[in-house]
Design a binder for this molecule. Sequence first.
Ligand SMILES: Cc1ncc(COP(=O)(O)O)c(C=O)c1O
Length: 392
Amino acid sequence: MGEISTTELQERYLLNTYAPELTLVKGSMSWVQDDRGREYLDFASGISVCNLGHCHPRVTEAIQRQAARLVHVSNLFYNENQPRLAQKIVEHGFDGKVFFCNSGAEANEGLIKFARRWGRKTGRHRIVCMEESFHGRTLAALAATGRAKYREGFQPDTPGFRHVPFNSVEAVEGAIDHETAAVLLEPIQGEGGVVPADPEYLRRLRQLCAARNILLLFDEVQCGMGRTGEIFAFRHYGVEPDAVALAKALGNGFPIGAFMVRRELADTFVPGTHATTFGGSPLACAAGLAVFAAIEQENLLDNCRAMAGLLWGKLEQLRDKHSIIKEIRGVGLMIGLVLQAPVKPIIQAAAEAGLLVLPAGENVLRLLPPLTIDNREVEIAIERLDQAFETA
Ligand SMILES: Cc1ncc(COP(=O)(O)O)c(C=O)c1O
């Protein structure tokens, strides 16, 4: 009897929570290969995770070296890498302190717990969140998530969350009550369709939260780590939150999450209030340190901005050619093409043409290429997208 295929094994042994179509077996920078030897230009980056491309040599080398030295010790001991990675995050963010965990959902859970503990002295625990937001699949992150379809079937929702329309300060103001501890949002909504916050909205929200003594929490799990041309997307707005969550690209594929809070608030947590076994392991932090080293030493933020300029220009030409593209939105290399029709057939046609792209909701095509892409790869992506729009 022949060997059982990966797809058959998956069907037999894995819970049916995903619907993949390709089996990818290896990758190098912007390119991945499937089990039939077909090459794809990857403009999905593992959903904004492999921001430095696949198997970036610096990250691979750091993981290999650290794996041979020390993998895990628990947080009952210091490890050399954890405070150094925290220092990097602070240097790029704001004066504060960091907690490491393992995923985006867990980072947001941490933010939520932080806000509740901070608010407890004044009897406040509620968090105002945004419609169409996405914060992860664990129960509190899910309750914070505005996209109702993700909560469907898992009720009752964890209490303490209210949802208001994104980009409306008035709506947030109307939702605040005497029990509100925080406002949580993605500066650029990702899963909700690549929707950037209006600059005026974020500025006024910052003022509102300061005036009402409410924490402003940003989820930069998808839009952070250089994706927009800045390490933190909030830099584009000149607005700093009180705390921010990171994950995805922080380890370029090695699982790691983090949240950072302003230094004045940091003693809200003391030993015993929050913890994780795996968070901030020497190995995960070695990957994170290599990511920052690559971004800084290879000028990847500059490359991101330059390639974004090129790509946006070419996408505008594509929009003029294909009337199915209604609008292009996003920041830097976090781009959504709003379509007049369902996005799924276009995604399939793009894969057929050798380009991997993502949906964001029913009718937004999302492009999240590595920050390392070059002119030639932008050209190839545009040719293949053009082909996908022609054939779908
Ligand atoms: C903005 C945002 N927050 C949180 C998450 C959840 O992250 P994870 O899947 O690592 O739990 C995601 C994942 O897509 C995200 O885009």
